[in-house]
Design a protein around this ligand. Structure first.
Ligand code: SF4
Length: 181
C-alpha cells in the first residue's frame, strides 16, 4: 500500500458566489435551534454546564441538549473552566476538528479572563479563551448559573439568526430610574 499526490480538482467557489436570502434564513434558523455542543469540560464551570442539560433546566427546550462525544459532530464549543497552558493546545486541536460553521461560548470568569487565578507572576493559566479561539459569547460568573448559560445560548441564537426568542429582561435598578449600582 502506498500514497499518491492528487492534484486539486477545482478552484474553491466563494460561499457568497450565489445567495438565496430565504434559504439562508431558514438554514440559520435550523442551525440556531439545533446547536450541538461538544462534550467537554475543564474545571468547576463544567458542573454548571452539566446541570444545564439536566431535567431541572432542560436545555432541550432550546434544541441544544445533544452534547456530542466527537468534535467532528459538534458545532458549539462551550469552554467551561480554567484553561491551563498545558490544556490550551488540546483545546485548540478540538476546535480545529469541528466542522464549519462553528461557535464558541466562554463560560465563566476563567474562560473569559483567567478568573481568580490571575495574579502577578502566574505562569500556568491562559488568561481567556479568546487568546487563541474566536469567542462569540461571554457568560460571566464564578461559576455562572445554568440560567446564565441558557441566556448565553439564546444570545448565540440571536447572533446566528438576527432574531431573539424573547426580549431582554431589564435589570430592576434601571426600571426604577436609578443609575447607581
Ligand atoms: S470561573 Fe470559578 S467556577 Fe468557573 S472554572 Fe473558574 S474558578 Fe471554577
Amino acid at each position: 500500500m502506498g500514497t499518491k499526490d492528487v492534484p486539486p480538482s477545482i478552484d474553491t467557489i466563494p460561499s457568497s458566489f450565489v445567495q438565496f436570502a430565504i434559504a439562508d434564513k431558514v438554514i440559520a434558523l435550523g442551525r440556531a435551534n439545533s446547536l450541538w455542543p461538544l462534550t467537554f469540560g475543564i474545571a468547576c464551570c463544567a458542573i454548571e454546564m452539566m446541570c444545564t442539560g439536566a431535567a431541572r433546566f432542560d436545555l432541550s427546550r432550546f434544541g441544544a441538549e445533544v452534547f456530542r462525544p466527537s468534535p467532528r459532530q459538534s458545532d458549539l464549543m462551550i469552554v467551561a473552566g480554567t484553561i491551563s497552558n498545558k490544556m490550551a493546545p488540546g483545546i485548540k486541536t478540538l476546535y480545529d476538528q469541528m466542522p464549519e460553521p462553528k461557535w464558541v461560548i466562554a463560560l465563566g470568569n476563567c474562560a473569559i479572563s483567567g478568573g481568580p487565578f490571575v495574579f502577578e507572576g502566574q505562569y500556568g493559566i491562559v488568561e481567556g479563551a479568546d487568546k487563541f479561539l474566536p469567542v462569540d459569547v461571554y457568560v460571566p460568573g464564578c461559576p455562572p448559573r445554568p440560567e446564565a448559560l441558557i441566556e448565553g445560548i439564546i444570545e448565540l441564537e440571536h447572533k446566528i439568526t438576527g432574531w431573539r426568542r424573547w426580549p431582554k429582561v431589564k435589570p430592576e435598578w434601571r426600571e426604577s430610574g436609578s443609575d447607581e449600582s
